[in-house]
Ligand binder design. Structure first.
Ligand code: NDP
Length: 246
């Protein structure tokens, strides 16, 4: 039984795709939800309306995850609007394709700022607000564990970093009764990786189920880990990828 009534969540990158599904699923299970976005203001407002239709409070925060000041402001705004925070979900991320031989150093740095530094800075800012029962959940990728084709090395590196982040932070926050976990989606049908995209058929061939996941299927794993039901699970890596790592 999932019950998030009274919980207050902050989701990064909640305007589209997996982050939007997570924000809505948390609300449908009882949480009030603040979420960040970067560019998609209209889509962010639509997600907020869906959260409110579920009877929960929605707080929309425009903030670039590459900007440390924007991260600190996001957490302050979420805490002020919701009266505190119980759950942080790090979902915002960007991709970067191309080989290491051809990589642009500035694009590499931006990737690492958004995909690695931002989850660290969000956690750093949220930790002082988390009481016993608090949750930090990050969205990694199956590519963080296994890289079955070339051209995604830097992105895979950025997601692999979240494994150590999750395990180490679970050690640091365990004494406070706060759990820290990682959900690794596999190919999931979003703007970033559409199920009818150029490499979709190849990606399907890597899975056991023979299909892409849907954002709400990844969100279900996050909702479970966010709930009191998952109270003893911490430092865990949960793959939600249709068997791509099987
Ligand atoms: P999308 O590109 O569809 O959505 C990305 C979301 O992150 C948007 O809400 C976007 O906001 C936000 N975002 C991007 N950059 C920033 C930024 N600099 N600051 C703030 N917000 C930002 O991605 P997905 O839904 O596909 O991916 C979500 C997560 O799942 C990511 O961590 C991704 O790495 C991971 N993942 C996805 C897989 C897939 O197959 N889809 C597979 C494995 C992992 P805005 O709309 O305003 O730009």
């Amino acid at each position: 039984m999932i019950d998030l009534n009274g919980k207050r969540a902050l989701v990064t990158g909640g305007s589209r795709g997996i982050g939007a599904a997570i924000a809505l699923a948390l609300a449908e299970n009882g949480a009030d939800v603040a979420f960040t976005y970067q560019r998609s203001a209209e889509k962010a407002e639509a997600v907020a309306r869906s959260i409110e239709s579920a009877g929960r409070r929605a707080v929309v925060i425009q903030a670039d995850s590459a900007d440390p000041e924007a991260i600190a402001r996001s957490v302050s705004e979420a805490v002020a609007a919701l009266g505190g925070l119980d759950i942080l979900v790090n979902s915002a991320a960007i991709g970067l394709s191309g080989t290491i031989a051809d990589i642009d150093v500035n694009e590499y740095q931006t990737l690492m700022d958004i995909n690695v530094r931002a989850p660290v800075l969000f956690a750093k800012a949220v930790i002082p607000h988390l009481a016993e029962g608090g949750r930090i959940i990050s969205i990694g990728s199956g590519l963080g564990e296994r890289v079955p084709f070339p051209g995604v090395t830097a992105y895979a590196m950025s997601k692999a970093a979240l494994t150590s982040f999750t395990r180490g932070l679970s050690r640091e926050l365990g004494p406070n009764g706060v759990t820290v976990n990682l959900v690794q989606p596999g190919s999931t049908d979003t703007d970033a990786n559409p199920a009818d995209g150029a490499s979709a058929e190849f990606q399907r061939s890597l899975t056991s189920l023979g299909r892409f996941g849907e954002p709400h299927e990844v969100a279900s794993a996050v909702v479970f880990l966010a709930s009191p039901t998952a109270s003893v699970i911490t430092g865990a890596i949960l793959t939600a990828g249709g068997g791509a790592l099987a």
